[in-house]
Design a protein around this ligand. Sequence first.
Ligand code: ATP
Length: 304
Amino acid sequence: MTGPDAPAALRATGLGFRYRRRGGWALRDCEFTVPVGRIAALVGRNGAGKSTLLHLAGGLLRAGSGELGVLGLAPGTAEARARVALLTQDKPLYPRFTVADTLLMGEKLNSSWDRTAAERIVHEGGIPLHARVGELSPGRRTRVALALALGKRPELLLLDEPLADLDPVARGEIMAELMAEAAERGTSIVLSSHVLPELEETCDWVLVLRDGHAELSEDAETLRESHAVLTGPADRADDLAAQHTVVQGRTAGRQLTALVRRRGPLRGDWHVARPRLEDILIGYLRTEEEPGRRDARERTEAAA
Ligand SMILES: Nc1ncnc2c1ncn2[C@@H]1O[C@H](COP(=O)(O)OP(=O)(O)OP(=O)(O)O)[C@@H](O)[C@H]1O
């Protein structure tokens, strides 16, 4: 099924949230869809709203305005809690429990518990089952938290910068585990990360947040195909802007290098390079907000 009624891993309509009644909006007027079965990168600068969005999706916060659906369900309901797993940055675990106790807790709390998968993640990290969680290194605690999340066999896995404290080998192993999970079971994954090169190979959907707004929510390959890095004479900048959407431009002497979203065939004497996903994302994250748009938003926020 396609269209607005198709099931989505995440769907936001007019979604807004602020932490305090009179505080600023952490998320505002967000409209986006992440289809099921995708490994989606959630990207944005510090404070863009990524953790807030994941906490809303995991049912730990409640939307202030608009709606957020997870697998077509309201976040935090019993059915959503059974089908969605969230791993937050603080990875709440009981420090006095052993690793074995922690996995047993996962088994008792989840009817669909996959003990083999959970134990494999722990064993691959060389973590003894009798070790106390509070005595593990942060990276090993992350692994145990991931084992709990994946052992639940969720249909939607929400990960808030899960790999930040893992060593490079462990990062590779966990990424491979996540991709295998998605490929074998069709699990939808939404993964926030600042490590853009890592997303290139793993993610097939991109959700970019900027200042609490959803800037992009799109298939990664479509993004690559629709963007180009053009290099040419700086005095052609206006022509270029008339033909295509210039996401970001940089002038050095008489030469312009621009990341553009193509609106038609590329005309003129430009040197054309295909950007990596990372280049595209950095282009969107760096872009200055258009003054008109910012003014309008500030007026709306002042009026709210
Ligand atoms: N507990 C809180 N109380 C008040 N404001 C908060 C709280 N948590 C986050 N915020 C604010 O909400 C906005 C979005 O924060 P959020 O943590 O969701 O961003 P983020 O994209 O996850 O950032 P980072 O990349 O730094 O983790 C920021 O302005 C932040 O200061």
